[in-house]
Design a protein. Structure first.
Length: 242
């Protein structure tokens, strides 16, 4: 945030109210497609207080702050963003007392904010997904979901039928983190680099039979394939989210 603004005044002018803060956070976090932080599904209903996942096995509610350092706090996002600027702008560590004075909040709140920001900054390098990791891809937009599964399979294999849709890749660590990515094209040249960057080589990767995942067994400890073409969606403890 420091590089985007040159002063605290600029930060406060830009984030003039909570709605502007939420819009900014949503864009930085999801782009134009909200993703459920619980299961990774990119289809959600808009509710009065946020969103509700449309995935049948999830249906959990979430907001733009769910799963972030801003979750479950009464401190306004505008204050959080100002604090983040001050923390990153100071060459030396800023104290909770100084932050409380700068932002006109209690020292207790300032300490809490500083603690969460510092914990976030410790995670400089992205953590690799480990254990059992499920990978899947989908297309957002249009009504291809209404087509017969055989027709969808044929369109997918031919690479047609999704011209006006946005491809989205999803990675789910079993009982853990979720990563979703809007990609230019759902093929091996696009998906494999994402997997190499985000998934540990010691992980157990579970995918469907999509050709874009071919030969990954050479790079990973194990690669289980669930064959959707044969109406297989679960094999023992392994399954994909499709």
């Amino acid at each position: 945030m420091k590089s985007q603004f040159n002063s605290l005044i600029q930060v406060l002018d830009f984030f003039k109210d909570e709605e502007r803060c939420k819009q900014y956070l949503a864009q930085q976090r999801w782009g134009d497609t909200p993703a459920c932080p619980h299961c990774g599904c990119v289809k959600a209903y808009v509710t009065n207080r946020g969103y509700k996942c449309s995935e049948k096995l999830c249906h959990k509610k979430f907001t733009v702050t769910t799963g972030t350092i801003f979750e479950n706090t009464k401190i306004k996002l505008r204050t959080w963003f100002a604090a983040m600027y001050l923390v990153t702008a100071h060459k030396k560590c800023i104290s909770s007392l100084q932050l409380s004075r700068d932002l006109n909040i209690t020292q207790k709140s300032a300490w809490f904010v500083l603690h969460r920001i510092r914990e976030m900054l410790k995670e400089k390098a992205p953590q690799m997904l480990e254990g059992t990791v499920e990978a899947d891809e989908t297309y957002v937009g249009g009504k291809a979901a209404n087509k017969h599964k055989k027709v969808r399979k044929e369109l997918r294999e031919k690479g047609t039928g999704y011209v006006h849709k946005t491809p989205v890749s999803g990675l789910l660590q079993r009982n853990g983190k979720v990563h979703t990515f809007i990609v230019a094209k759902a093929d091996g040249s696009t998906l494999k680099p994402i997997l190499r960057e985000k998934v540990s080589s010691d992980a157990m990767l579970v995918t469907d039979g999509f050709g874009g995942y071919k030969d990954l067994y050479k790079e990973l400890k194990a690669h289980k394939v669930i064959n959707h073409a044969q109406d297989e969606y679960v094999r023992g403890e392994f399954h994909t989210t499709a």
